[in-house]
Write a protein that binds this ligand. Structure first.
Ligand SMILES: *Cc1c(COP(=O)(O)O)cnc(C)c1O
Length: 464
């Protein structure tokens, strides 16, 4: 007799075990059991199918990572073929074929100058690696060591949930509890003008944001080990789209004061903004490029931190000099993940995925124009296929709904009843179709989102 957990069990028993044992991320667990969230059994194209046989359109790319859909034959085959050889071998003291190939493929496609690839296993670790490398770089650089002790980050940034990445983050709700555990950073305001401080117009506020980053860099140039940002779009902050020129300006300041620029493309990379990497929009070559989420097509937990020959050179020398980068993760460069990553890059080209993003992003923009006069939509933000629709009680004053109404979450529940998976950021409804999602399904995603926003905001008015 084998234990019951190794045999087929009923959906009811699965649900019971989920409620008994699984602690879900970013989830208020006191409400979890009552919500009866779908238990996913399998995926098919751009849909997920649960234990009751219900189909759901994956409207958030399984939290922003899926690229070509689920159960994609070419990726499945690549992983199976690798599995016939070996599932994992370490990169500590050994090399592996798939990690070599993927490193090469990433360098070929990344912005110029990024020729060294350090693998890890999540977005947070890819940023953590860049922070530690930048910090150590200044202590070892051939021009003469410097004890630079801080990083410049952007207000409301999100770079992951490890303590290093929380230190460079700025989302109060997620981060404030841990303040005493974090290292000190400098923060420049996020250059967005949805709501501006009193005394400012939208124009003067944006001008201030552009000036402020320059002032902070100039005044702290000898202390800043790196400037870290999410290029073009700040995802977790609510899909905040930066004005054109901000990234380029930061690049120019970093060049002028010789400070490494760390581009966290964990969310925006792999086609989400319309180009393979978001830095391409402003012809920016960062000193570090952090990649995760879409890197494996959304299949497996791998990540990469790319950097330049110049940064790399500071870590060379006789082992006794102690210049080595003493950092690594057990599953670094996992063979199955790298095989998936290679297959995903090949599909980008074969299926002209970036061209699909051009088509679907324009389609979405057109479909969402109806929200321009919606009484409960404060703003629609979009870059490529990253969309944030901010719900507000009162559109003219941009007055938010009370947090306890959980309007964004209500939209998720309404969408679920219509067979679509959404996940909001507070009261920002997020649409994040996979880059390869065909236009018919993108239409359906828009239809359902619009219907749910109407339904939920109409009901919220009624309850008052
Ligand atoms: C999701 C995300 C991360 C963290 O990635 P994980 O794989 O969840 O650790 C880091 N940076 C950005 C911009 C992200 O959107």
């Amino acid at each position: 007799m084998t234990a019951p957990e190794f045999n087929a069990v009923s959906p009811q028993l699965l649900r019971q075990w989920d409620n008994d044992h699984a602690w879900h991320p970013f989830t208020p667990m006191s409400l979890w059991a009552d919500e009866c969230a779908p238990i996913i059994l399998r995926g098919e194209g751009f849909e997920l199918i649960d234990v009751d046989g219900q189909h759901y359109l994956d409207g958030i790319s399984s939290l922003w990572c899926n690229v070509h859909g689920h159960a994609v034959p070419a990726i499945d085959r690549a992983i199976s073929a690798q599995l016939q050889k070996v599932a994992h071998s370490t990169l500590l003291g050994l090399a592996s074929e798939p990690s070599i190939r993927l490193a090469r493929a990433l360098v070929e496609r990344a912005p110029a100058g990024l020729t060294k690839v350090f693998f890890s296993d999540s977005g947070a670790t890819s940023v953590e690696v860049a922070l530690k490398m930048a910090y150590q770089y200044h202590r070892q650089k051939p021009e003469g060591p410097e004890d630079r002790d801080t990083f410049l980050c952007v207000g409301q940034a999100y770079h992951g949930d490890t303590l290093g990445t929380v230190s460079v983050g700025g989302i109060d709700l997620f981060h404030r509890c841990y303040r005493q555990l974090l290292f000190a950073t400098l923060s420049t305001p996020s250059p967005v003008a949805t709501r501006v401080p009193t005394g400012h117009t939208k124009e003067t506020w944006l001008a201030f944001c552009f000036e402020e980053v320059g002032r902070l860099i100039r005044e702290n140039q000898s202390r800043i080990a790196g400037v870290v940002l999410e290029p073009i779009v700040q995802g977790a902050a609510g899909i905040l789209v930066h004005p054109p020129g901000f990234l380029r300006q930061v690049r120019e300041l970093c060049t002028e004061f010789d400070i490494p620029l760390i581009a966290d493309e964990v969310a925006v990379g792999f086609g989400r903004t319309g180009t393979l990497f978001a830095c391409e929009h402003e012809s920016v070559n960062p000193d570090f490029l952090c990649l995760a989420k879409g890197i494996s097509g959304g299949y497996l937990p791998i990540a990469a931190t790319l950097t330049t020959e110049r940064i790399y050179a500071a870590f060379l020398g006789h082992p006794s000099q102690g210049r080595t980068f003493f950092h690594g993760h057990t599953y670094t460069g996992n063979a199955l993940g790298c095989a998936a990553g290679l297959a995903s890059l090949q599909l980008f080209e074969e299926n002209r995925v970036l061209e699909n993003v051009q088509v679907t992003s324009m389609r979405i923009a057109r479909r969402l124009t109806v929200l321009q006069d919606h009484p409960h939509v404060g703003e629609v933000r979009q870059k490529g296929i990253m969309i944030g629709i901010e719900l507000v009680r009162d559109r003219d004053g941009l007055i938010p709904y009370e947090a306890k109404l959980r309007l964004g979450h209500q939209v998720t529940l309404a969408a679920r009843r219509r067979g679509v998976i959404l996940r909001p950021l507070g009261d920002v409804v997020v649409l994040m179709p996979a880059p390869a999602m065909p236009v018919e399904l993108v239409d359906r995603l828009c239809d359902v989102a619009l219907e749910c926003i109407d339904e939920v905001t109409a009901n919220a008015g009624r309850d008052q």
